[in-house]
Write a protein that binds this ligand. Structure first.
Ligand code: TRP
Length: 345
C-alpha cells in the first residue's frame, strides 16, 4: 500500500532554543515545507519525562512555537501544535507500550545516558519515551521524519513498532478493511551536511541548553551584542585557518566555527575555507559575527515580538491542534477496530 507522504517532527520545550536547534532541526523543517505536508509538534508530553517547572513549561511551549513561526514555518499551510492538546498521542502510546518489547527499550542508548547511575529513580515516562515518540509519528501515519543523529535509534524503534503492529494484527487489519499494512515504516530524513553544532567552549561537546556556561551557546533570542561577545570569546587555537577541510580534523573548535559559518551561509566548509584559508581567527570571527547577527538577529526579534502576544501564539496552537486531531482521531478509530476494542461509532 502506498502511504501519503507526510513529514512529522517534534521539538522539546525545555530551556532556551539555541543555534544547534536552529541549524540542526528548525532550518531543515522550514526547507521541507516546500515538498511535503508537514506536522511540527512542540512535544510537551516528552518534556515532563524529567521535572519541568509549570510556569516555565508554559513559557517554553510558547517560545518554541514562536521560533517555528519566526524561522519561517507557515502555520496556515503546515500544522504547528503542542502534543498535549491531542490526546491520541498518549492513547496510541499506551497501545505501543503493549507492542514494544522490554528488550527493545533496554537497548536505547539515550535512556542509559540520561538515567545514568540513578536508574531506580528516573520516571517510568523517561523509559517509555521512545514508545511515545513512535506514537507521535504513527498517529499521523507519517512517512518521513527529519531527525538528528541522536534520534536515529528512536526512529528505528518506531519502525520496529510499526512493523510488529502490522504483523501481529495482520489478519485484523485485513478483515477490518485496512489493507495489508496499517502503519508505514517511517524513514529518517537527514538532509544536507550533518549540522552538529558544538559548544563554543569545547569543540568536543554538543552545544546544549544544559551546559552551565551561557557562553557555550548562542540562544535564538540573544541580541546582536551578546552574539558578538560570545563569538569573540569562543575557544579557538593560535593557528591560522587551513585552506583544506582536511586541516580541520585535529582542530575541533576551528571545525565547529567553520561549520557554523557554512551552515548559516548555506555553503560548504570547503567553500568557506577557500575564502578564509590562511586568515587569522580574529578576521574570521568578525565575519562570523556579521553573518550570525544578520541571520539570527531578525529571528530573535521576531520571536520576542511573538512571545509578547500569547493570545496569538495560543490561537496558532489551538488551530493546529484541531487540524492534527482530525487526522489522529481517524487513525485511533482504526487502531481500536484493529486491536479489537469496542468503540462509540
Ligand atoms: N525525541 C526528540 C528529541 O528529543 C523529540 C521528538 C519527540 C520527536 N517526538 C518526536 C522527533 C517525533 C521526531 C519525531 O529531539
Amino acid at each position: 500500500m502506498a502511504f501519503k507522504e507526510r513529514v512529522f517532527s517534534g521539538v522539546q520545550p525545555t530551556g532556551n532554543l539555541h543555534l544547534g536547534n536552529y541549524l540542526g532541526a528548525i532550518t531543515k523543517f522550514v526547507a521541507l515545507q516546500d515538498t511535503y505536508d508537514c506536522i511540527y509538534c512542540v512535544v510537551d508530553l516528552h518534556a515532563i519525562t524529567v521535572w519541568q517547572d509549570p510556569p516555565e513549561l508554559k513559557r517554553t511551549i510558547r517560545e518554541v512555537t514562536a521560533a517555528f513561526i519566526a524561522c519561517g514555518i507557515d502555520p496556515k499551510k503546515q500544522i504547528i501544535f503542542n502534543q498535549s492538546q491531542v490526546a491520541e498521542h498518549a492513547e496510541l502510546a499506551w497501545v505501543f507500550n503493549c507492542v514494544a518489547r522490554l528488550g527493545w527499550l533496554n537497548r536505547m542508548t539515550q535512556f542509559k545516558e540520561k538515567a545514568g547511575k540513578d536508574r531506580e529513580n528516573v520516571s517510568v515516562g523517561l523509559y517509555a519515551y521512545p514508545n511515545l515518540m513512535a506514537a507521535d509519528i504513527l498517529v499521523y501515519r507519517a512517512t518521513h521524519v527529519p531527525v538528528g543523529e541522536d534520534q536515529k535509534q528512536h526512529l528505528e524503534l518506531s519502525r520496529d513498532i510499526a512493523q510488529k503492529f502490522n504483523v501481529d494484527f495482520a489478519s485484523s487489519i485485513a478483515s477490518n478493511g485496512y489493507g495489508e499494512q496499517f502503519f508505514p515504516l517511517p524513514e529518517p530524513i537527514i538532509q544536507g551536511p550533518a549540522t552538529r553544532v558544538m559548544s563554543l567552549r569545547d569543540g568536543s561537546k554538543k552545544m546544549s541548553k544544559s551546559e552551565p556556561s551561557d557562553y557555550s551557546r548562542i540562544n535564538l533570542t540573544d541580541d546582536a551584542d551578546t552574539i558578538a561577545q560570545k563569538i569573540r570569546k569562543a575557544k579557538t587555537d593560535p593557528e591560522a585557518l587551513p585552506s583544506e577541510e582536511e586541516g580541520l580534523k585535529p582542530r575541533p573548535e576551528a571545525d565547529n566555527l567553520v561549520g557554523i559559518y557554512a551552515a548559516l551561509n548555506n555553503t560548504t566548509k570547503a567553500a568557506v575555507l577557500s575564502e578564509f584559508g590562511g586568515a587569522q581567527f580574529s578576521t574570521f570571527k568578525m565575519a562570523l559575527v556579521d553573518l550570525s547577527v544578520a541571520k539570527l538577529g531578525p529571528i530573535g526579534s521576531e520571536m520576542k515580538k511573538l512571545v509578547q502576544d500569547p493570545v496569538y501564539i495560543d490561537s496558532i496552537l489551538a488551530d493546529g491542534s484541531a487540524r492534527a486531531s482530525t487526522i489522529a482521531g481517524e487513525t485511533m478509530k482504526a487502531v481500536k477496530d484493529i486491536v479489537g476494542f469496542v468503540r462509540r461509532s
